[in-house]
Design a protein around this ligand. Sequence first.
Ligand code: DGY
Length: 331
Amino acid sequence: MKPKLLVARPIFQSVIDDLSAFFDVTSNQPDTPWTPDSWQQAVAGHDAALTTGSDPINGNVLGTNPRLKIAANMAVGYNNFDVPAMTALGVTATNTPDVLTETTADFGFALLMATARRMTESEHYLRAGQWKQWRYDMFAGAEVHGSTLGILGMGRIGQAIARRGAHGFGMNVIYHNRSQLDAAIEIECKARFVDKETLLKTADHLVLVLPYSAQSHHAMGAAEIALMKPSATLINIARGGIVDDAALAVALKNKQIAAAGLDVFEGEPALNPALLTVPNVVLTPHIASSTVHTRMAMAKLAADNLVAYFKAGKALTPLNQLAPKQVDLSS
Ligand code: DGY
């Protein structure tokens, strides 16, 4: 008998086909939305789950699904996992680090530029037939080259953004992180560690790349946004909930900061309706890692983690270190 695998959301058919050689696969290719109950019931009876960042593996799901041995997230972020609860119950958790770093950094930089140079705002103006003549101050935005790039959260993606800013655009790069990076990495990224307040007060463009947790919830609230320069932009490619979106909408409306670029939202796919009423924000639907090549690499790494766990007893990119659970394939 093959282990039973639930694939929570649509993925590349070729990856499902490859997984079918090792697993008895139940897939949700039609993308039927889950409710908390239907998700909990769907996981039941499976040895493994291939999840996305929208599919929770928490105490409720684990409590009613003792058969589950591994959940492989097709994402580098894993705030949908309760890793301590998974560890306590012997359930392996994996994510997809590295394969999306450069692509996500590309997007972060694209969003920064679109925001600073008012690209979507001006496109809407043009599409609406409002462009009648050239004007000296038409959609005058903020300079990118030579400006100060602030990065909050200096993991792999933050470092990749720093390199783009420093080496490609001659930006002065400052960052804040839980801990200061090794000097060699700072030199390579041409990045200088500062405290959070200095970061917020000094950055011309502030990019958020920190993981979401109870500690980082509303790390950018009204008080923090108030510290930023009125000419500054705020870019969130990390997770919804790190920014207080309601406070940000007020700040954008009042021109407390110049503009924002958001790829992630509190409670996504819903978003705070006030964000739709302000022109100085670029909005994208959580697509920072979305190139065909990278999404395939993410899907394959999630799949390889599952196969490695059942074939070799050890996942490739585990978030917790566990002896494999006894695999009972009799039912
Ligand atoms: C990630 O990998 O964490 C991206 O945000 C996709 O969910």
